[in-house]
Design a protein around this ligand. Structure first.
Ligand code: J2J
Length: 526
């Protein structure tokens, strides 16, 4: 694995062990406490299916054995493309035990993303929900296709489960999961998280958030994302002996009745959904379900406006926690005891004392106290390199191992961070990250597009929406044509430009680059 993964230097690894961050446990053992102490307690609720800890564990072990019987084991990659289904969890624990590495595609991903992930990770198996199982035809090089639900011409995941030995399993410094980066320029990168670092990530997060065996966590966001997966998310909940309640989507009409029925205590949302929940709770006071069991609402993935933050307590009658995180590692949380102004107006402070955060100028010099600059970070759960990306890593990390987040932040004297913008070419559309270059390259393949710049435009609800500025080749293309073109390539719907504007030429910066900032203001003024 060493070509694919950049380990922490030995002196750091030693320190992280000595301080108790790394416990040399693998994620497969995470369920063990629950199984030992509360075998009959409910681990996961998915519609009318309820699995106890013992059942979830047994399913995971049988699946791990079945995968091994098919030759899938330690170090192999398995591309996982599932919405919030209970099988997502049995599969994750099966892979954690068996040593094969889940590569977590997001549910909205389509052909372009799946083909890219397959090329990058060279998986031996694709586990896909029946609703998008046809995508398997786009990646014929993947040997096994396992389907959750109606398998059609493929194998049902249920049929993989087997008696037998799940195999020796991985070591604690092995890669446990490959997460998708939302933070990088160009094509999406894969983020190798080890058992040791991810176990710390979710354990420390669960502790900070007070998760215990009474926690009933609603997975409203797709679990394939780091935030609902491990911050503390579903894995943090299961490590604490709580119950995970799966939600097909985060619409209040789906989520509120579930909160009432399952007495949900905690959940995580992106800011646009916080607004939707606030409006739903305010508008239909009588008709709405009783969501009084909800104690904690985490908001993260994009900047939550202070006005929205202030409404959460009074309207939803729960505690708000802002989470500024990244799949690459660093997590910042506001704390329960923080004054209201901190909770409403900042994105919190680092999870761990050994998260080393530097805020720097474009020349990598530290900014004066309180000034804004790019956040660089290293620490016990922040990666030292992307997977199979040597060239990109040289730019994305400093020589001494700090990850360049691309985020512009400033630090308050009290230590909290405020996210003010970014230096990377990514549009944050309400928490969904749009890699600008990827979309531009697809649009450039359209015959009527001579040149294109995809730019983020400020938006009250989403934070940002995307606008494609196009210089036409011949007749100007319409938005409809361009969207049809992108759909034909099969890209996640959140990457489709919200607007298209045709220009004669692009404004340029002094060095001749496309001036994205003036494009953005051009659209605001129009
Ligand atoms: C502003 N920008 C934010 C916030 C993330 C918890 C929460 C979020 C993510 C996540 C995550 C933000 N305010 N509160 O993995 O565990 C932007 C930043 C950051 C990028 C990372 C978690 N919270 N962001 O969103 O890997 O730009 O992770 O660098 O998808 O989202 O995106 P991603």
């Amino acid at each position: 694995m060493t070509d694919d993964f950049t380990p922490w230097p030995p002196e750091f690894a030693q320190r992280y062990r000595a301080r108790g961050y790394w416990r040399d446990r693998t994620l497969g053992t995470l369920l063990d406490d629950g199984v030992r102490r509360w075998p009959t307690r409910t681990a996961v609720v998915d519609g009318d299916r309820r699995w106890t800890y013992a059942e979830l564990n047994e399913k995971a072990i049988r699946l791990a054995a079945g995968l091994r019987a098919r030759g899938i084991g330690h170090g192999d990659r398995v591309l996982v493309h599932l919405p919030n289904l209970a099988e997502f969890l049995s599969l994750m624990f099966a892979l954690f035990r068996n040593g094969a590495i889940p590569v977590l595609a997001l549910p909205p991903h389509r052909r372009t993303e799946i083909v890219h992930l397959a090329r990058l990770a060279t998986p031996v198996a694709y586990v896909v929900a029946s609703e998008f199982r046809d995508l398997a035809h786009a990646v014929p090089e993947i040997e096994h296709v396992f389907v959750v639900g109606e398998p059609g011409e493929f194998t049902a995941l249920d049929d993989v489960a087997d008696e037998g030995d799940p195999g020796p399993g991985p070591g604690p410094d092995d890669v446990a999961v490959l997460l998708l980066s939302g933070g990088t320029t160009g094509l999406p990168k894969l983020i190798p998280r080890t058992h040791n670092d991810y176990e710390f990530n979710l354990r420390a997060s669960a502790k900070l958030c007070g998760f215990d065996s009474d926690t009933r966590y609603l997975a409203a966001l797709p679990m394939a994302h780091n935030f609902p997966l491990a911050c503390p998310g579903v894995l943090g909940t299961l490590s604490a002996g709580g119950t995970v309640v799966l939600c097909a989507d985060a619409d209040p009409r789906t989520a509120f009745p579930l909160i009432e029925a399952e007495r949900v205590t905690a959940t995580a949302l992106v800011p646009p959904l916080v607004l939707v929940w606030l409006d739903a709770a305010e508008e239909s006071e009588e008709a709405t379900a009783d969501i009084s069991s909800l104690n904690l609402l985490q908001a993260g993935g994009a900047r939550l406006k202070a006005e929205a933050a202030r409404r959460v307590g009074p309207v939803l009658d729960c505690v708000l926690q802002q989470v500024y995180g990244m799949a690459e590692g660093l997590l910042n949380y506001t704390r329960f005891r923080d004054p209201e102004a901190i909770v409403n107006e900042t994105q919190g402070r680092p999870l761990c004392m050994d998260d080393e955060v530097r805020i720097v100028t474009a020349d990598d010099e530290p900014v004066p106290a309180g000034a804004s600059g790019e956040l660089l970070v290293r620490g016990p759960y922040t990666i030292r390199g992307y997977y199979r990306a040597a060239e990109h890593n040289a730019a994305a990390f400093t020589a001494d191992g700090f990850y360049r987040s691309g985020d512009l932040v400033r630090r308050l004297p009290s230590g909290e961070l405020v996210v003010e913008g970014r230096v990377k070419d990514v549009i944050n559309r309400g928490g969904d990250k749009i890699p600008v270059e990827e979309v531009e390259n697809l649009l450039l393949c359209h015959p009527a597009v001579h040149d294109v710049a995809v730019v983020g435009i400020p938006d009250d609800v989403m934070g940002e929406r995307s606008c494609a500025f196009v210089i036409a080749r011949g007749t100007s293309p319409t938005r409809k044509e361009l969207l049809a073109h992108l759909r034909e390539h099969g890209v996640a719907a959140f990457k489709l430009p919200d607007k298209v504007r045709v220009l004669k030429s692009f404004p340029r910066t002094a060095v001749g680059k496309v001036d994205r900032e003036s494009l953005s203001t051009l659209e605001i003024r129009s």
